[in-house]
Design a protein around this ligand. Sequence first.
Ligand code: PMP
Length: 295
Amino acid sequence: MNGRVIPTSEALVSAMEPIYLGIFEGIKAYVEGDVLSEGKLNVFGWKQHVDRLFRSAEVDGLAMPYSKEELMRAVKETIKANGYKRNTYIQPRVWPKAGKQEDSHVVVPTWGFETLLGRDNPLFGEERRFMVSSWRRLSSDALPPQAKSWANYANSALARREARRCGYDNAVFLDRRGFVSESTGACLMTVRDGKVITPPVTASILESVTRGCFIEFIPDLRVPVEVRDITRVELYASDEAFLCGTGGECTPITSVDDIKFGDQYPGPVTTKIAEYYSDILAGNVAKYRSWLTPV
Ligand code: PMP
């Protein structure tokens, strides 16, 4: 925190700090070789995440007191200090100092997480029932969806709470035009007639690092990817649907508004993509080794 490795219990700030004006990133480091084992860690998509962090700071007018290299050093030191040998989540946070907009606090918390990926991982195939939220995804004429700011997550919290209240696991947002946007903390991809379809950045989505990588690697599996608007009814008619994101990884969805996708769950295309993605994350695909930064 602010340049020092300290125990979480000492990472304290005043209750008067405007943390709600802050931005953050969600990044993951995966175990080399097999995401379900223990070993050496590699950070996935560091360049894309740190570039987005700096872009979010610029959009929201926040000072960034450290360079990208210094932030990477902080990530490495924090992981080393914790002695992590399993998959690790990294969440750099930046917010303006109280009364001093020209300076920011920077903290890099890390913690372990359980992955949905990896062959035979029972978490992957759990049932996930979604609804189309009655809340629309925030729109760029009010708040920039492309900036990863805490403020944007108030929108997600409303939709998730509504979904839970209605007996669903989570929600899909429509954008203000009525086209499919994304979920509350991950982007959405659908499969129809063997083709993956995902909404464009102009559908009020966060410009997801994972989505960018998926668009690049899915064609390797001889599955074409189309980036275009999706209507609500088209979503219902999908053979498969899944989330993609750092947190969500590749998460299959069972149904939306109680309309089930396809005959098989998780779907064959989703499963193939998830398996390839876990190989990429584990460093087993030479072509995408450059997405991994060793800790
Ligand atoms: N959309 C939203 C609203 C999110 O919170 C996230 C998670 N950061 C994503 C999409 C996925 O983005 P990424 O792949 O960069 O994690």
